[in-house]
Unconditional design. Sequence first.
Length: 163
Amino acid sequence: MRPLLFLDVDGTLIPFGPTHPAAPGPDRIDRRITHRLAALPCALVWATTWTDPNRDLCPHLSWPPLPTTPFPDPTPAQLAEDRWFGLHWKTRALSTRAASSPFAWLDDELTTRDRDWLQHHHPAPTLLIRVDSARGVGSTELHALECWCAGVSRPPAAAPPAD
């Protein structure tokens, strides 16, 4: 099963560091990073509230349009549970969007609470990588993604022959 890779934009693909202008924009995205992201053996999916990342970012990155993730309002019970666990407001929606697929998620606002909740509530492997918003995604995060994708994309080993 091909894993999904959920991509946040501000602070993740577009860094907020002191060497960057205050206004975020696609010109600050490191194209070397996006080439490596596009080469991963996973399906890229936007996990952002940008109005139209396919219009605003994909042409700049030379990417085809990507699927987007809807972020519906949680029910009152879900909202209470999310607050109790201290979840990021995207966590439940991304788990729902992924269904039974493995997924990785790059975001600058992740916590161990999101990892713990997904470990107990999502039926497939997940990898959550918190990105330093001052520098955005870098080689360290990409190496972790490449290793994880290689592991979850590998077909299961064949059972040994019966005696």
